[in-house]
Design a protein around this ligand. Sequence first.
Ligand SMILES: *[C@@H]1O[C@H](CO)[C@@H](O)[C@H](O)[C@H]1NC(C)=O
Ligand SMILES: *[C@@H]1O[C@H](CO)[C@@H](O)[C@H](O)[C@H]1NC(C)=O
Ligand SMILES: *[C@@H]1O[C@H](CO)[C@@H](O)[C@H](O)[C@H]1NC(C)=O
Ligand SMILES: *[C@@H]1O[C@H](CO)[C@@H](O)[C@H](O)[C@H]1NC(C)=O
Ligand SMILES: *[C@@H]1O[C@H](CO)[C@@H](O)[C@H](O)[C@H]1NC(C)=O
Ligand SMILES: *[C@@H]1O[C@H](CO)[C@@H](O)[C@H](O)[C@H]1NC(C)=O
Length: 693
Amino acid sequence: MAGATCLLAALSVVLTVCQAQDANYLIGAGIADITGPAAGINLMGYANPAQISNGLHLRQYSRAFIIADTDKKAPVVFISTDSCMQSQGLKLEVVKRLRTKYGNLYTERNVCISGTHTHSGPGGFHQYLLYDITSLGFVNETLQAYVDGIVKSVERAHDAIKPGNIYINSGELLESNINRSPTAYLENPAEERARYNYDVDKNMTVLKMVDSNNKDIGMISWFAVHCTSMNNTNGLVSSDNKGYASQLMEGGFNDGAFPGTGTFVAAFAQANEGDVSPNTAGPHCLDTGLPCDKDTSTCNGRNEMCVAFGPGKDMFESTKIIGENQYKKALDLYRTASVKLSGPVDFRHSYVDMTNVQVQVNATTKVQTCKPAMGMSFAAGTTDGPGAFNFNQSDTTDNAFWDAIRNFIKKPSAEQVACHHPKPILLDTGEMTFPYAWQPSIVDVQILRIGQLAILAVPAEFTTMSGRRTRDAVTQALVKGGFPANTVSVIAGLSNDYADYVTTYEEYQHQRYEGGSTVYGPHTLEAFIQELLVLADNMTKNEPSALGPNPPNLISEEWSFVPPVVYDFSTKGFGTLLEPLASSYKQGQRVQARFSAAHPRNNRRTEGTYLTVERLKSTDNWEVVYKDSQWCTQFHWKRTSTILGESEVTIIWDIPAEQAPGTYRIQYFGDSKNVLGTITPFSGTSNSFLVTA
Ligand SMILES: *[C@@H]1O[C@H](CO)[C@@H](O)[C@H](O)[C@H]1NC(C)=O
Ligand SMILES: *[C@@H]1O[C@H](CO)[C@@H](O)[C@H](O)[C@H]1NC(C)=O
Ligand SMILES: *[C@@H]1O[C@H](CO)[C@@H](O)[C@H](O)[C@H]1NC(C)=O
Ligand SMILES: *[C@@H]1O[C@H](CO)[C@@H](O)[C@H](O)[C@H]1NC(C)=O
Ligand SMILES: *[C@@H]1O[C@H](CO)[C@@H](O)[C@H](O)[C@H]1NC(C)=O
Ligand SMILES: *[C@@H]1O[C@H](CO)[C@@H](O)[C@H](O)[C@H]1NC(C)=O
């Protein structure tokens, strides 16, 4: 579309008519800080109640991309957030806020919010009970942090919209993911498996976005791998391997700007990672070092002992390696991308009652989804984060003890038992309504189209083969309906809301963790594919799609048992350095500065920092060289006396090997709460010290 005239006004407030030089799209990218409470709140993902935030390693961000074609009104918005997933309540709140500012421009229909699946982000932001249990219920602070930041990222993307082009590329990234339920994968038909070289998807798909002068705007990559490089003993808020990859790429394109501050935005989004682990050294027994039982992932009958590791020597190094691998591949694909997207921007979205979908699988047989229920093997956890008690993966038999406990909570109806067969039901969530719904019934399905790319947004964790079947079915339907032959579909996992896992029918029979967590029964995948095909059909025919039943917004009814911060106190004075630092350190050494502290929950310091590493430039002139989201810094908080309200922080700076020699100091920024509830900022400064070669 050389010399096309584009009407930015279609998108918003101002009537700006621009001459686009060879630009197919209008593109805007924005980033904002969404970091949740860095202390005292359960980290979501491993369902481990003891995993409570106690500091910060990498901040969480929301990365938003608004894309429209140059002659149509309706944009699509793709947002990737450094959070475990989305929640329906969260999306409804985000869209409500966008509506007050932009009217009907950005709605639940054309906005897709996808979680990177970091397991080191604070929880409590869900509206359905099951997902907030380990966080002691709903945590409004987490929800507000996520909503505020996501909205801000969209506002920034909106304000940055300009004409540009999008290129697509894909390629294989090896040594960065493995299948964590290979025995379930093997249940898939041999002829189907024979079409693939691996039991996980190794392909990364990259979008390169540039303006009409070829200046870089941003990047989205999709690659299927769990963000579980940081394990369930970690208490530091972290965006895990994908968040680190984003920071690396953004740092490179933004001239080393602090994380979250540059104009180039790079999202490492999640795909069909259901059965995909980043712990490439694989599982072994913690006590003996021997391999675990392959099928049940237990060691002497205990799931807790079977844990996957690698590729690094500890979880930090593993996060770094898997993050760097994704970054390097994305950068390579970005630099070499030459296929330009062209054609319309479009979207379809429906709410579907997933508890009641009928699928005609062949001429004679109709199957049906179920009301949600979780299986026994859900409680066994995975080799990325084992569960507790004596649960096993691959469990298709009932256990008298757990049946009794379960029946005490809710005995599943005969209909539920039959519908979920062979899953032995542990939690009959679909038949429990007290105090409100435990899992969703009504979920989102959505397709965003950008030229020959279809983003299939699904509210769950699809396994490798589930994702492949879904992509293939939708791509075929789109091409048959008139889309170009080179149409590409990607799965945007963990989008819009959360309904656990989706396995293939065959994998479901095996009841590994993912099968035990496929909540709408054995035909969940067929139902999702069917509903996506309806959207695809409507899109190719230029018809609207059914809006579907509205989901509830339960946010105002939530129960919460998270105690507030009562007060802080410091005998030595807030911000006092508790131990002087050495006068000199060598490059590569670790500096640890301890300060008398206050609870980080008093202020999330959004778009700010809890710490700085500063370098002396000239007399009394300190330059900030690092903040709290950078890899080389860590912020650890601990209560030293609950009764007195005393606490301390330890700020770690791992001096990079290439750090310029000079005079440095460390500052801590906190906020204390007194008995009346008044919050007051303070800071503390270390003695200065030398860094030498
Ligand atoms: C991976 O991408 C290549 C093109 O780069 C494509 O030919 C291949 O089918 C893809 N594999 C999968 C499993 O999607
Ligand atoms: C978590 O990783 C640390 C190393 O960083 C290791 O010592 C620990 O055993 C791991 N624990 C689990 C349960 O994975
Ligand atoms: C239809 O599917 C059902 C369930 O998978 C199967 O039992 C039946 O044999 C199939 N019928 C035909 C005609 O393929
Ligand atoms: C898990 O397997 C062990 C050993 O086979 C068995 O004793 C235990 O009962 C199983 N757990 C459940 C919940 O079925
Ligand atoms: C969407 O497509 C389905 C068939 O795939 C059709 O039944 C339905 O009527 C279409 N929706 C609308 C609103 O046209
Ligand atoms: C959550 O916090 C927001 C902003 O502080 C407040 O407006 C809202 O009422 C709170 N919601 C709940 C359910 O507590």
